[in-house]
Structures are given as structure tokens and as C-alpha cells.
Design a protein around this ligand. Structure first.
Ligand code: UTP
Length: 421
């Protein structure tokens, strides 16, 4: 133990992080050994280089922006929609489609204790976000007597709670062999002075490293092999919190297959020209989602000759990736973004403190950064009022009450017509 402690001390000295073992003398032997092991496994070089890169990065990098083509579902003839629908159903029936749900987020804005997917809508009877997703999948699985695999990404901290929840609910009567849970990687969080933070006096504070870790995490869990064994061709990737998200929308699947690209995304139209964040665009020649700094209001009002806006498509976290695309991405390290978040920490006196405003940086990879590894992407604009009602917090527009109302109106009261459409 003394040798390990000395090694850790010299690492912490080198990286100016000695405070991480301030309380070492108050710990039990097990806590001490866990903390030292945790520290030995941190790649300080990578983390601190990343931290510095954000502090020193050029706030206005030169980027060439061009519009990306999209298809507006509302502009399609009923014959075209039927054609896409039939092709999508054919792909589902032949067992070519799987579903990946990103459920490793902290849900920090909602502040709900437990995995966000276990959050229930206040309906009669109550229904959880996981059950809502499972019902969409079961609808096609039961109708076409087909196994549809469901891959659920959790964080290391909500993995067991997620599995317990499924067990308590008998996997919502879905075939257990079709449900796979896997965990994503972690990164230590860091404060504004470049110091790592303790979550307990015996534990360095880690957080999941963003939903873009999904590709590498699938590979690590050997699930790409499972997809190959099942002869899947397409994987839908979506979030856990949008109650109107049908992961097996046949029209979207049919459209994607016909488009011949290996990546597709549903988009929503941004009504407000002043809201210029996260817009689909070709950045330096590659499909991307561009940051607001690259957009002026003037750009957001540009149209083509027919009057269609060029830069108003935004992300709703609903993508299709071919299995080949997923395989390729699983060997790529996506870039990190930095988010400023509210996280509890242990203060200098060893007391746990819960801040009332953001206090730490978190590094996250985003799924949408995967788009730039392909030459093209198929964008499919859908209507926000039909397909987008996520739960983000209790007070903003994306609150649980609105989501429950929308779910009742569009899914329950219409006898799942929304699902079958
Ligand atoms: P959000 O960025 O909205 O995060 O994630 P969140 O966890 O729901 O809420 P906040 O931001 O902490 O308040 C969009 C989707 O990506 C997943 C989330 O679970 C959600 O389905 N996600 C996010 C991950 O799977 N892993 C992550 O590391 C982050």
C-alpha cells in the first residue's frame, strides 16, 4: 500500500492535484485502496490537455458553411409516403432493424433521482419512459412476429438501477433475450481552476462522457458482433426522453433505405430565426451540426429559389445508421465538447456541497459529431407537434406535464395510430 500511495502522490504532484488525497487518513483500508486505484487509472495527460485545449482554442475558427439538402415529409405525396412506408415495413419484417436507446445521461436538469428512463408520466396507469419505448418496439415485434433487438446504453452509475427496474417490471413482457444493456465510459469532471473533484472523500467524481460514446461502448460490450449475428442492416439511435419518438417509424426507415446514404436523421424546422444554435449544415465539406457562433441571423433567413430556408433544420436525436457505419465509428474517437454543469462536490473541509449554479466542466462526445465521417447524410424533416415532446426539466417548455398531455393525445387516444402510421 505504501508503494502505491507513493506512486499516487508523485502523479498528483506532477499534475497539481494533491487535494484528491487530502482525506486519505480518514478512510478505511478498502476505501483507501479504491481511491488510489481510481487515481492510478486516470489519464491526467489526456484530461488536462483537453481542459487546456478549450481554454486556448480559437473562439472563431474558420469554417466554410454550406446548406445540406433535406426532404420535408409534409411535401411528399401520399403515394410516396406509402412507398416509403411499405419499404420500411419490409425491412422491419425481415429482421434488419435494431434499436439503440441512449440512456446514460445524468438528467441533471430534471433532477430526478434514478435513471431518467424510469421516470413515469402521471397518467392512469402511470407509464415510464422505458415502457413507452418498449411499447413502440413491441407493437412491430408482435404484429410481424419478429425479434427486434433493443440495445440500451446506461452510465456506470445507473446500470444496475436500470436493470433492476426492467426486472421489477418483467421486461414489460418483451422477450428478455432481445434486450441488451451496456455501459458507456466515464470522464472525471473538473472545476474552473482545472482541479479534479471528489464526489465523496473516498471517490473521484466521474460523469458519463456523452452520448457520442455509444459506438465505442457497443464495440467494447461485443454488441456489434451480436448485431452481425442477427444480420441487422440498420440501427435506429435515439434518446430516452422523447415520448413521441417511434424508434421504428417505417416511413423514415423506407426513406433512408431509398436515399442510399449510410446515415440519416430526422430534423425539426426552427421557427425562430434568432434561435441559431445547432443547425444542420455542411461544415468544411462534411455533414455536421454547426454551433450558433457560425450563424448570423442573416444566414438563418437565407432561402433557395423556391423560398425554402437553407439553415433552419435542427436535431431531434433520431438517427438511422447502417451497421457498416456503426462498425466504422466504433474505431473512431469523436471530439469532446465542454459543458458547464451543476454537480455536488466535497469541499476543503471534507463536507459535501450542493451548488445552486453551474460549477464544473464536463467533457462530452455527441452522436452528431459522427456525421462528419461520412460524405453525406439524408435529412428528413418531420413536424415538431407530431414527433417531439421530450422531458428535460420541470419548469421549462419540455416538462413532464406537457409530455403526458401530448402522449395521451397522440398515442393513447388515437389507439396508437401514431405508432402504426
Ligand atoms: P441530454 O443532453 O438531454 O442529457 O441527453 P440528459 O441526461 O437527458 O439531461 P441533462 O442535460 O443532464 O439535464 C440526450 C440523450 O442522450 C443521453 C441521455 O440519456 C438522453 O437520452 N445521454 C446523454 C447519454 O446516453 N449519455 C450521456 O453521457 C449523455
Amino acid at each position: 500500500m505504501d508503494d502505491t500511495l507513493n506512486t499516487v502522490k508523485s502523479i498528483l504532484k506532477k499534475y497539481n492535484q494533491k487535494h484528491l488525497i487530502n482525506f486519505i487518513n480518514e478512510l478505511t483500508e478498502t476505501q483507501k485502496s479504491n481511491l488510489l486505484n481510481q487515481i492510478l487509472n486516470i489519464d491526467f495527460d489526456e484530461l488536462l490537455t483537453l481542459y487546456d485545449s478549450f481554454n486556448n482554442s480559437d473562439p472563431n475558427p474558420t469554417e466554410e458553411i454550406e446548406p445540406l439538402k433535406y426532404v420535408d415529409k409534409a411535401s411528399l405525396t401520399s403515394n410516396k409516403i406509402k412507398q416509403y412506408y411499405n419499404s420500411g415495413i419490409k425491412a422491419i419484417k425481415s429482421g434488419k432493424i435494431g434499436v439503440i436507446t441512449l440512456a446514460g445521461g445524468q438528467g441533471s436538469r430534471l433532477g430526478f433521482k434514478g435513471p431518467k428512463g424510469t421516470f413515469c408520466l402521471e397518467l392512469e396507469p402511470k407509464i415510464s419512459l422505458f415502457e413507452i419505448l418498449c411499447n413502440y418496439i413491441k407493437y412491430y415485434s408482435n404484429n410481424y412476429k419478429i425479434n427486434i433487438p433493443w440495445y440500451i446504453m446506461t452510465s456506470t452509475s445507473n446500470y444496475f438501477d436500470t436493470i433492476n427496474f426492467f426486472e421489477q417490471n418483467n421486461f414489460f413482457n418483451y422477450n428478455r433475450n432481445n434486450i441488451h444493456f451496456f455501459t458507456q465510459e466515464n470522464m472525471p469532471i473538473i472545476d474552473i481552476n482545472g482541479k479534479l473533484v471528489l464526489s465523496e472523500i473516498y471517490k473521484v467524481h466521474f460523469a458519463s462522457n456523452g452520448n457520442g460514446n455509444v459506438f465505442r461502448a457497443l464495440k467494447k460490450a461485443n454488441l456489434i458482433t451480436d448485431m452481425e449475428n442477427r444480420k441487422l442492416q440498420w440501427l435506429f439511435i435515439g434518446g430516452v426522453d422523447n415520448v413521441l419518438l417511434n424508434p421504428l417509424d417505417p416511413v423514415f426507415i423506407g426513406y433512408t433505405i431509398s436515399s442510399k446514404n449510410s446515415v440519416a436523421s430526422k430534423t425539426l424546422f426552427k421557427e425562430d430565426p434568432n434561435d441559431i444554435s445547432w443547425i444542420f449544415a455542411r461544415k468544411n465539406g462534411k455533414p455536421s451540426i454547426a454551433d450558433c457562433e457560425n450563424f448570423t441571423e442573416q444566414i438563418s433567413s437565407l432561402t433557395d429559389k423556391k423560398g425554402n430556408y437553407l439553415y433552419r433544420e435542427t436535431n431531434m436525436l433520431a438517427h438511422l445508421f447502417s451497421l457498416n457505419a456503426i462498425r466504422k465509428l466504433s474505431d473512431i474517437r469523436l471530439p469532446y465538447h465542454r459543458a458547464f454543469r451543476k454537480n455536488a462536490f466535497v469541499n476543503e473541509e471534507g463536507m459535501k456541497q450542493v451548488p445552486d449554479k453551474p460549477n464544473i466542466y464536463k467533457f462530452e462526445q455527441f452522436v452528431f459529431d459522427a456525421f462528419s465521417y461520412f460524405n453525406n447524410i439524408s435529412l428528413f424533416r418531420v413536424k415538431k407537434e407530431d414527433e417531439f415532446s421530450p422531458i428535460k426539466d420541470f419548469n421549462g417548455p419540455c416538462n413532464p406535464e406537457v409530455a403526458a398531455q401530448k402522449y395521451k393525445e397522440l398515442v393513447l387516444n388515437k389507439e396508437k395510430s401514431h405508432i402504426s402510421k
